[in-house]
Design a protein around this ligand. Structure first.
Ligand SMILES: Nc1ncnc2c1ncn2[C@@H]1O[C@H](COP(=O)(O)OP(=O)(O)O)[C@@H](O)[C@H]1O
Ligand SMILES: [Mg+2]
Length: 493
């Protein structure tokens, strides 16, 4: 063996040893790396599992898709609400499993409006309301918010949407709204009841007042009636006696033309000629006076039928006249205010079946209002030569003076109409609208109660099945028209 050959063999052995060592080192590194890798994979799996458990267990629904738009995530809440896991069902079958609606729960949700699709297309969706109706389940109302997803390099990798269930909130809101509505209705009912109560109360007070006024008037009429009859009845006798005495005086004068001085003196003292001429006039004016008192008493009696409860056929004109009689004093001239003229245009009316006392109350209310309106017109300068008229900027027609016109007519075989017109202050449209409302008044406290017309309205429409209408113009005057049937048909109360 040559020297060189033996060197070669030694070298190779050495390299073999080195190779073996290197291999062993490599193997140990690989083992180490594998162990490390295994640990990392385990760690990763744990983390993934953790994330999955978290996503699975949040109470909101979470859904996500990948860069190709494939559904990748559909957590438990989302599955429950949809009644399925759409990842396991081909997309063409989804519509058989659940329906999506707009927030109203009625309008079907168009595909392009589905939040995950909108997010996938790049939109940032915030609180989009919608409803999910899964087969055999209660409809769930949700608010969905979502965004597209990008990786660190800015590459789109999908989209995610979180859904919040607001079904219960909606339910309690609806319940609240309903109970609010109920409360409102109840309040309205109570308010109406209160108004009705106030109306009844003041009506009671008013009718109590009118009935005691009626009683008072009836009492006064009765008290005056006796002495007046007494006077009137005796006037005829007084007249006869006085005629006898005058005849006697005349006879004396014929037979004793020249009486004794004492008688002559007395004849001059009493101014016998004047006395003889005046006495008959005096008597007749006493009769006129007594007759007038009798008329007043009759009017008072008619008026005081107020509290008569039954429905009777009466002469409407008598009722109007008796009311005018009661109001006579208010119609007279006062200070500078000229007398209020009353023009009566009475038609031929049949007897009308009515509650006469109540009807008189209506005449009273309307006439008293007319007088107030005329007084107010006067206070504003109308019919007053010393003051300039100042009723807004309207030109004022100047009829002779304050006037009330009362017109009656039979408008059909079965009904009559009474018009009461004044040329007073008139009313704006706003006042006319509320005219018949209980407690509506434009008069100062203490003067107006606002009950007159509301009671009149009730008496005419409810009690007599008639109509009460008003027509008025500011500065020109007002007309009230009452229409009532001639015969009352009984109504069941
Ligand atoms: N003839 C009228 N002319 C002008 N206004 C009138 C007339 N009649 C009624 N009104 C208006 O209607 C309101 C209500 O009348 P009413 O019910 O009788 O209550 P009151 O007379 O107590 O105010 C009056 O305050 C007044 O403003
Ligand atoms: Mg009144």
């Amino acid at each position: 063996m040559s020297r060189s050959t033996s060197v070669d063999i030694r070298d190779r052995k050495q390299s073999e040893v080195q190779l073996r060592k290197a291999k062993a080192a490599l193997e140990s590194v690989v083992r180490e790396r594998t162990l490390e890798l295994q640990a990392t994979v385990l760690q990763l799996r744990r983390e993934q599992e953790f994330t999955q458990v978290v996503v699975e267990n949040v109470s909101d629904g979470v859904v996500a898709c990948d860069a190709e738009g494939r559904l990748k995530l559909f957590n438990r809440a989302a599955r429950e609400w949809h009644g399925c896991d759409p990842r396991e069902v081909p997309p063409e079958l989804w519509a058989t499993l659940y329906d999506l609606y707009e927030a109203d729960g009625i309008t079907p949700l168009a595909t392009e409006r589905i939040p995950l699709l909108r997010a996938f297309q790049g939109e940032s969706v915030r609180q989009a309301g919608m409803a999910i109706a899964a087969q055999g389940q209660e409809t769930r109302y949700i608010l969905a918010s979502g965004d597209p997803l990008f990786d660190a390099a800015g590459q789109k990798i999908g989209a995610v949407v979180a859904m919040h269930d607001i079904t219960e909130r909606r339910k309690s809101e609806a319940a609240l709204r309903q109970s609010e509505a109920q409360l409102r209705q109840r309040t309205q009912e109570l308010e109406a009841a209160l108004k009705e109560l106030q109306r009844t109360q003041s009506q009671l007070v008013q009718s109590e007042k009118m009935s005691s006024l009626g009683q008072l008037v009836a009492g006064v009429a009765h008290e005056i009636n006796n002495p007046v009859n007494f006077i009137y009845g005796n006037l005829a006798h007084a007249n006869a006696y006085i005629q006898d005495l005058l005849n006697l005086v005349w006879l004396y004068q014929q037979h004793y033309p020249n009486p004794v001085p004492a008688v002559q003196q007395e004849i001059q003292h009493v101014d016998l000629d004047f006395l003889l001429a005046d006495l008959p006039k005096l008597l007749s004016s006493m009769r006129v006076g007594a007759e007038r008192i009798q008329k007043i008493v009759a009017s008072l009696r008619t008026f005081s039928r107020m509290d008569e409860a039954e429905c009777k056929a009466v002469d409407i004109h008598e009722g109007i006249d008796s009311t005018l009689m009661i109001l006579q004093n208010c119609l007279k001239a006062k200070g500078d205010r000229p007398e209020i003229q009353v023009n009566k245009h009475y038609g031929i009316l049949p007897l009308v079946e009515c509650y006469a006392g109540q009807l008189n109350q209506v005449f009273m209310n309307i006439l008293a209002n007319a007088i107030d309106a005329l007084e107010e017109s006067y206070a504003l300068g109308r019919w007053n030569p010393n003051m300039l008229p100042s009723l807004g900027d309207r030109p004022i027609d100047s009829p002779s003076g304050p006037m009330i016109t009362i017109q009656t007519e039979q408008v059909s075989p079965s009904s009559i109409a009474i018009r009461i017109v004044d040329n007073g202050i008139g009313m704006s449209a706003a006042v006319q609208q509320r005219l018949f409302d209980p407690f509506f008044t434009t008069k100062p406290v203490g003067k107006g109660t606002g009950m007159g017309l509301s009671i009149s309205y009730q008496i005419i429409t409810e009690r007599h099945q008639g109509t009460l209408r008003c027509c008025s113009e500011v500065g020109q005057g007002t007309e009230f028209m009452i229409q009532i049937p001639v015969i009352q048909i009984p109504v069941s109360q």
